[in-house]
Ligand binder design. Structure first.
Ligand code: AP5
Ligand code: MG
Length: 206
């Protein structure tokens, strides 16, 4: 199964991805996580994209497409993949259609007015990729899943969230129509408890 999770920043892509990869045994490929890893390791790619990510803009399409192409060549992707945060604009979607077109695109639909609260209260685990909210875990600094130190992402502040939402509306939201026309888009309601969202996802994936 080749699956894409599409949705605004903070819509719950990473959260649902953890449940999906567990149940369906698919590799979770988050372009945001891949870029953050490169930044952490100070690779040439990481150095190129750091400032762009910190301001909430999109990294260049050519670099992003190459990154995904490379990752999808890994043997663990031979039976399918779960893409989280890619494609992010029409040129990326066209490129993906040329080398690994998806079967299903799940759009996590959320009220954009709730995004700032979700993102500014998020705590992330760089080690296991976990994503949590202080509303649920309290103000702790240890990852509830792996025990590593939780961090606040550099782009999780109110100013950058505003920019990320604008980028989403202008560049990413057109993918809803793109995949709708291909008959691949299924919308789930992301404004309900995490487990309920996952129940809807399971209904789609079977
Ligand atoms: P990326 O890492 O992809 O960030 P994003 O799309 O902004 O999405 P987030 O990771 O912020 O949110 P999410 O949907 O995963 O939500 P989560 O599950 O964590 O990208 C970051 C940057 O990298 C981009 O700005 C860009 O610069 C670059 N980049 C990445 N991909 C790129 C690409 N393809 N092309 C170019 N540049 C690219 O949940 C959020 C919070 O809400 C958590 O606290 C969680 O606990 C909570 N929550 C989740 N579900 C629920 C629920 N149902 N109810 C209540 N709370 C919930
Ligand atoms: Mg995420």
């Amino acid at each position: 199964m080749k699956l894409i999770l599409l949705g605004a920043p903070g819509s719950g892509k990473g959260t649902q991805a953890a449940y999906i990869t567990d149940k369906y045994d698919l590799p979770h490929i988050s372009t945001g996580d891949l870029f953050r890893e490169n930044i952490k390791n100070k690779t040439p790619l990481g150095i190129k994209v750091k400032e762009i990510m910190d301001t909430g803009n999109l990294c260049p399409d050519d670099l992003t497409v190459e990154l995904v192409k490379d990752r999808l060549n890994n043997p663990d992707c031979k039976n399918g993949y779960l893409l989280d945060g890619f494609p992010r604009d029409i040129p990326q979607a066209i490129a993906l259609d040329e080398f690994a077109a998806p079967d299903v695109v799940i759009e996590i639909d959320v009220d954009l007015n709730k995004i700032e609260h979700r993102i500014t209260g998020r705590r992330s685990c760089p080690k296991c990729g976990g994503s949590f909210h202080v509303d649920f875990i309290g103000n702790v600094d240890k990852c509830p899943t792996c025990g590593d130190k939780l961090i606040i992402r550099k782009d999780d502040n109110p100013e950058t969230v505003k920019e990320r939402l604008e980028v989403y509306q202008n560049q990413t939201a057109p993918l809803i129509e793109y995949y709708g026309k291909q008959g691949k888009l299924v919308k789930v309601n992301g404004d309900q408890p995490i487990e309920k969202v996952f129940e809807e996802v399971v209904k789609v994936l079977g």
